[in-house]
Design a protein around this ligand. Structure first.
Ligand SMILES: [Zn+2]
Length: 483
């Protein structure tokens, strides 16, 4: 068997102002042709595809794999050019017997609100009805009929933090192998709920999703199905918002029935998708009073949801109270430049953070000693996408009034503890640390936190979804209230 392999992933936050360009894909993960094989051994979907194909003795036709950090609308011309390159590689030589694609499922371009659906429709048209396509999607896919109509399997992550990318890649290979062996197409049933939930309420180790996923797994075993629940990505003002249930089966009737039953069970629990949060002042107060380390979760400035990662509201409050023992990372290329010019051991006067826009606090003035200057590269050693390399860009560690401020040129998702360990910082010894994330940070730093406080700071990934401006009749969708 010859199987084409590729991927194009972006989680688009339509509230972020800057468009996402080709440079954003090239700066994060970008591989063409045989470069895709460099992902062998990583615990990603692509790593799972490659191992699965090798085990079955399949010949891999590598196409294109491009991933950008979550951010604003993808330039439609860039999207089309990337899909063209993928399509050319897949259909350029001898036609493949099947196709495996790693998608996110929440990509919005300057012209399309369902770029993933467009991509899969384009592949189906290119390949014709004989060649099966199986795709993987993120837990935060805003799944559409266009996505499920054009595949023989849509396999989503079961976990958040997403620590099962590799396993879902392997599952996609298993589904494709079954389709190819039996020569029978699979049906993918899709049931959508008008239920929009904040990421903080989507933790898969907590209710309600823990028991929802347990039920899905029990049904999968009993019925021989593949069930995916995509709670969805709420930070997009598009029609396809909301939780979906997707069932892949060779029996259309049972696929539809299981999808409907699962969806109505989840709808009955809509009110459980909630979480507790604290004002900035109360959160800082709490962290200064209790034994740390306290994780101050700045989910409104969630880099993994498209925020800038330079929000200062919590840091400003901490410094105003005279707090010490805080660790925080901020995106700030200007401040990094000042530190590199000053050099290690010197004192730098800085205005840090809040430079992307006016929605994430104000720049904070501080003076501190430059402790570390680094190139900011680290390899993921934890459970999230183990083996991939993250580039923070040039990185400076500044100590100010007993607080540790990490400044980076690039936006960084805090999903692996090497982010701090690689530059000599252990969160085990601080009073509090701020994470620019909602849930996924737990894969990196969950073990260090003696207490977790979700902070209601300002930002475009606010957990209070009632603050989001949704256009048209989307304002009637269910958005559970916070406790
Ligand atoms: Zn996700």
């Amino acid at each position: 068997m010859r199987v084409a392999v590729g991927g194009l992933m972006h989680e688009t936050n339509t509230y972020a102002r800057a468009a996402t360009t080709l440079a954003d894909f090239e700066a994060y993960q970008f591989a063409v042709g045989t470069e895709l094989f460099s992902f062998r051994g990583t615990r990603t979907e692509l790593g799972g595809f490659l191992d699965g194909c090798e085990e079955l003795g399949w010949e891999v036709v590598p196409s294109l794999y491009a991933v950008a950090l979550p951010s604003g609308l993808v330039d439609h011309g860039v999207f089309e050019a990337l899909v063209d390159r993928m399509a050319d590689a897949i259909s350029g030589g001898q036609r493949p017997d099947g196709v495996l694609l790693a998608l996110h499922g929440a990509m919005v371009t300057t012209r399309s609100t369902d770029a993933d659906g467009d991509l899969l429709a384009r592949m189906a048209a290119l390949l014709g009805p004989e060649i099966p396509v199986v795709a993987t999607v993120d837990f935060h896919a805003n799944t559409t009929d266009a996505m499920t109509d054009h595949v023989d399997g849509l396999i989503g992550y079961d976990t958040y933090p997403h620590i099962d990318m590799y396993e879902r890649g392997r599952e996609a290979v298993t589904v494709l192998a079954d389709v190819l062996r039996r020569g029978a197409r699979r049906v993918v049933a899709h049931q959508k709920l008008g239920l929009i939930t904040p990421p903080q309420a989507q933790y898969s180790d907590a209710e309600p999703l823990r028991s929802i996923m347990e039920k899905a797994h029990a049904l999968e075993t009993a019925e021989g199905l593949s069930i995916t629940v995509t709670p969805g990505f709420p930070y997009a003002d598009i029609d396809s918002l909301g939780l979906s249930v997707v069932v892949t089966s060779d029996d259309p009737l049972s696929a539809k029935q299981v999808a409907e039953t699962m969806a109505s069970d989840i709808e009955a629990r809509a009110g459980e998708f909630t979480f507790a949060t604290m004002s900035v002042a109360d959160a800082v107060d709490r962290a200064l009073r209790v034994d740390g380390p306290v994780a101050l979760v700045d989910s409104a400035d969630n880099v993994g949801g498209g925020s800038p990662g330079d929000g200062t509201a919590i840091l400003a409050e901490w410094l105003a109270r005279g707090g010490s023992g805080l660790v925080v990372s901020l995106t700030d290329a200007d401040a990094v430049q000042v530190c590199f010019q000053a050099g290690v051991g010197s004192t730098a006067k800085l205005m840090v953070g809040a430079k992307t826009d006016e929605r994430h606090g104000l720049p904070v003035e501080l003076s501190g000693s430059v402790r570390v200057l680094a190139d900011g590269r680290y390899v993921h050693r934890g459970t999230y996408a183990t083996g991939i390399t993250t580039h923070m860009g040039r990185t400076a560690v500044v100590e100010s009034q007993g607080n540790t401020i990490v400044l980076t040129e690039n936006r960084v998702m805090p999903f692996d503890s090497q982010q701090w360990l690689s530059i000599g910082i252990s969160p085990a010894y601080c009073r509090a640390f701020i994470v620019k994330s909602a849930i996924a940070w737990r894969a990196a730093y969950g073990e260090y936190a003696r207490e977790v406080v979700d902070v209601d700071a300002p930002g475009i990934c606010t957990g209070n979804l009632l603050r989001l401006r949704l256009s048209g009749d989307r304002s009637g969708m269910i958005r559970p209230k916070l406790s």
